[in-house]
Design a protein around this ligand. Sequence first.
Ligand code: NAD
Length: 434
Amino acid sequence: MNICVVGTGYVGLVSGACFAEFGNFVTCVDKDEQKIETLKQGKMPIFEPGLETLVQRNVAAGRLEFTTDLSKTIEGSLVVLIAVGTPQGNDGRADLSFVHNVARTIGENLGSYKVVVTKSTVPAGTGRRVREIIEEHAAEEHPFSVASNPEFLREGAAIEDFMRPNRVVLGVEDEMGAAILKDLYRPLFLIETPIVVTDVVTAEVIKYASNAFLATKISYINEMADLCEKVGADVHQVAKGMGLDRRIGSKFLHPGPGYGGSCFPKDTRAVKELAKDAGVELKIVSAVIDVNDSRIPRMADKIREALGGDLRGKTVCLLGLTFKPNTDDLRESPALGILDQLLEGGARVRAFDPAAMEIMRQTPRENVEYCSDEYEAATGAEALVLATEWNQFRGLDFERLKGLLKQPVLVDLRNIYEPAILRDKGFRYTGVGR
Ligand code: NAD
């Protein structure tokens, strides 16, 4: 099948490469010429484990190519997947301008039947609007199907998530669209992946409802962590005790600096605004957002307390800047929020991240030194703060760190380490919720 994936970001590039791996002929389109040029040279514009090999293999097999020419690609494709960004607009609603622009180009180039699929996370009703825009701009009348196929992959494990998803959601308007999409996902059907076939608007809501629910679990355990700190309980044991109940489940019960990244913050706000527009108040989602917004100042307070109540003139080593490990994505990263708070409080920061240094160095900041590894970052600092749980921070050499830090203070915002063991090693340890 000839397919076109519009937008070669985390979702579009991974989806395009995986659909090519399934045996389809995929053209990935982006308006960012530099991105396409990088891809044509066999290099990856993003860091995602396993992606480079997958892309190179499929390019070599002639199943995957890259272009900026959307109009031409649409002409030759049966399925057009829209995977462009839907960032947060000024009012908290999703900014759909990129999706609408693509819909217009599809309309202008609709020379034969196509299935137009929204993979981007979009508010309920977007599929209907995509249909209207295509119809408004179509020079000739051709039948087409609109569908919603929300993506659930996690950055850092995106290929595995795409190849072995918990489920595939297909929101369709008609049988033709449903049949073509089922055919596209046939390799997953063969490995017995549950496929939920529903209408377009329901599929759109499934995505927001899922993300808001996962965000709820995170804010919930973060509130429990606050409670545990006050009453002397250990939130890890609480999460374990809760999570073993299959009705609750153990995933997403890790306390920390709050959720970040390119999805949960914008999607929780977008679904809240979407509901408001529909006359519904999502009280739980509103509370989830409020709890999350309070996490960064709270983490900054922990660091301040660990440093004796004042950040002024202190040097802090900050390890991890991306919103989670195994990605270079810095969008809405809690670590960056913490970095800002440390600077506002008058501290100097020595920072290191395994994947984000190149991007960070492009915008130098006063009082921030970007270091080449965790030990250089620790040198001369008065506290070491673990903000993102990269694997390489899980086995730190604390004897060496003791010699490099001005004082042995560890603020472990991801609870990577056992408090008792670190205290035995002579560190003043602060974790979250224990
Ligand atoms: P991204 O910002 O990494 O990539 C989007 C790409 O679209 C950019 O390269 C941009 O240049 C391109 N683009 C924008 N307008 C275009 C146009 N008119 N023509 C061609 N290209 C265009 O975004 P992402 O993280 O891949 O997310 C894409 C969508 O998927 C969003 O709606 C997001 O919420 C959703 N999503 C993201 C993830 C994730 O983990 N990143 C997971 C699930 C769903």
